[in-house]
Design a protein around this ligand. Structure first.
Ligand SMILES: C[S@@+](CC[C@H](N)C(=O)[O-])C[C@H]1O[C@@H](n2cnc3c(N)ncnc32)[C@H](O)[C@@H]1O
Length: 280
């Protein structure tokens, strides 16, 4: 690691993230990548060190993981507003994708959702859940019981994680809409571009045009299918979209947009180019 990066890295371990789980390390790796080839995400504004320092002081991933950790520690899975006893629409859309049972399926920001358990019961053998909150994954594991052995859980921030493999289907219910900062949205899309097989399926559920403006106390972006397509670029073909009313455990109604898309061939490269044109 270059000396300047090492210095900032040490600063982080000492003053910022703590030695055990230095979120910064993930970014250092991203920036190392940038030093060796074309940027994946333009995270650096004015040179490596300045960019790194700016990111360092924000320390957003750590704050976000603490936030979500608290959400799940303070509430049971059944109490959160996004709770679904049976994630019917997600299951239906995944079924419509007509995948082989050994296809790699990723539920991004899956939290303590029951979706993975239903997928395992349906016979899918390669199911992964990634979430920024360890507490959420622990709740999910308890809920899964024996089926938990057949689900891979990853504690990860989707904006920075390298899954080091590709998936046939990427499912996200109520995570992408939190990416209100264009830089975060671009990071999310860069991970998507690296991790979804060209031709793979993307199922995105966000708050719809008439949905709430906040979720779990955080601002969200609401999408119609046209807005979603314009953010994703031209490399996705829309298979279907629908608006659904979700009834929260507290009895409120929330409009969701469910979109099922398919990545076109060449997805990874062209989506990265598209992300760069959106970059701030
Ligand atoms: C509104 S909940 C939805 C949970 C689940 N998808 C469902 O439908 O039940 C949002 C989830 O996204 C997770 N999350 C938020 N930001 C994330 C990030 N940057 N990377 C990974 N997970 C994230 C939260 O911990 C939480 O579990």
């Amino acid at each position: 690691m270059p000396a300047t990066l090492k210095g900032i890295h040490e600063h982080h371990e000492r003053d910022c993230c703590g030695p055990k789980r230095c979120q910064h390390e993930i970014r250092v790796r991203l920036l190392d990548l940038e030093a060796t080839r074309r940027p994946i995400v333009p995270v650096v504004a004015g040179g490596l060190d300045e960019g790194l320092a700016a990111i360092c002081c924000e320390n957003r991933p750590m704050a976000d993981s603490r936030y979500w950790q608290r959400v799940y520690l303070e509430r049971t899975p059944e109490e959160v507003s996004w709770y679904e006893e049976v994630p019917r629409t997600s299951l239906q859309l995944i079924e419509e994708a007509a995948l082989r049972l050994d296809a790699a399926i990723l539920d991004v920001g899956g939290g303590a959702s029951k979706l993975p358990g239903h997928l395992v019961t349906a016979g899918y053998t390669d199911v992964t859940v990634a979430d920024i909150s360890r507490a959420a994954l622990e709740q999910a594991r308890v809920e899964l019981g024996d089926a938990g052995e057949r689900v891979t859980q990853i504690e990860a921030d989707v904006r920075f994680h390298d899954f080091a493999r590709v998936f046939e289907l990427w499912h996200d219910r109520a995570v992408f809409h939190f990416m209100v900062d264009p830089a975060d949205r671009n990071r999310y899309l860069a991970t998507l571009a690296r991790s979804l097989r060209p031709g793979g399926h993307l199922i995105l559920a966000t708050f719809g045009p008439n949905g709430p403006t906040r979720c779990s106390g955080l601002p969200v972006t609401r999408y119609g299918s046209d807005e979603l397509l314009s953010v994703l670029g031209e490399d996705f073909e829309l298979i279907s979209s629908r608006l659904e009313e979700h009834r929260t455990p507290g009895g409120r109604s929330q409009e969701f947009l469910y979109a099922h898309l398919r990545g076109k061939p060449g997805l990874g490269r062209t989506l990265i180019e598209h992300v760069e044109t959106l970059a701030v």
